[in-house]
Ligand binder design. Structure first.
Ligand code: GUN
Length: 297
């Protein structure tokens, strides 16, 4: 059996189309344009690429994009002052502080200074608590994108065994919360888990977010399972070039799985699309307008 390929790029394009249509209705009917502010501290090259891509896609769907690029030696007080200004700016509905921050800045302090209703990353402690208790939260973008694809490919997730590999605050933990909310039986495994192959092979759904290249071989996958690969790892090849691979060994897993996301072109494109979706959701909530279906969990 060869797995169905879950085309995240096409899925994200369809989601952006839906977002763009909703934004044009918000403008026409309510005179409101959603705005997303992205804050980048320092010159990390990977972060610069992400921020550029976020800004471009924000404008393409019809939102306002506000980019704040601060020098690497910005003080905590300086960054907090900017966040306070964005919290009180009515044109800004979503705030994203690009991580990682330079080492002298306290990430938790900075994230928790963002107004939780504008926290489109869903990293603020209030949103973490709201999600964990099944209340209306801003949901982290990568797990949200994974959930949307899972619902599309599996239909109802109720009663399915889901194994999440990785326990990060950004992906593993919120992913587990979302799968629980959809009535999966959820197991979170990590680097210290003892019988990893056995646990993974019991899963109807595998979400791999461990950050280790080709960590999950096809032989761990239950025949017909749905596999979502969050990993993006660059590996050296014998000829001196590099290639992008996921946390799952795609070549062997696709022979066993029922459906699988490729790397690149799987989860990656969904993350930014979900950031745009979260900004529209935040805007609708701020203005007490009805939220469009299918943009949040
Ligand atoms: N750096 C890498 N991924 C992310 C993300 O999803 N949000 C933020 N704020 N920073 C990141």
């Amino acid at each position: 059996m060869t797995a169905q390929i879950i085309d995240g790029k096409a899925f994200a394009a369809t989601l952006r189309e839906k977002i763009a249509q909703h934004i044009s209705r918000l403008k026409q009917d309510h005179g409101v344009t959603p705005g997303l502010a992205v804050v980048l501290v320092g010159e990390d090259p990977a972060s610069q690429v992400y921020v550029r891509s976020k800004g471009k896609q924000t404008v393409e769907v019809g939102m306002n994009s506000y980019e704040h690029k601060l020098p690497a030696d910005t003080t905590e007080a300086g960054l907090l002052a900017l966040i306070h200004q964005l919290n009180t700016d009515p044109a800004v509905h979503g705030i994203l502080v690009q991580l990682p921050l330079p080492a002298h800045l306290d990430e938790a302090l900075v994230i928790n200074a963002i107004d939780p209703t504008k926290d489109v990353d869903g990293f603020h402690i209030s949103n973490v608590g709201l999600l964990a208790t099944g209340q209306k939260a801003m949901v982290p973008c990568t797990p949200l994108g994974c959930l949307m694809m899972l619902r599309e490919y599996c239909g109802s997730l109720s009663g399915l065994n889901a194994v999440v590999i990785g326990r990060s605050n950004i992906v593993g933990k919120p992913m587990a919360q979302l799968l629980l909310r959809d009535s999966c039986t959820v197991t979170v495994v990590h680097s210290r888990t003892r019988n990893l192959p056995e646990i993974v092979s019991s899963a109807d759904i595998v979400v791999a977010a461990v950050g280790r290249p080709l960590f999950v071989p096809g032989e761990w996958i239950k025949p017909g399972a749905t596999v979502i690969d969050v990993g993006i790892n660059r590996i050296e090849q014998g000829d001196g070039t590099t290639r992008l691979v996921g946390d799952v060994d795609y070549d062997t897993a696709k022979e066993v799985a029922g459906a699988i996301t490729p790397v690149p072109g799987g989860v990656g494109p969904m993350t930014i699309a979900c950031l745009l979706a979260n900004t529209v959701t935040a805007c609708c909530r701020t203005h007490s307008l009805s939220e469009p279906n299918g943009l949040t969990a």
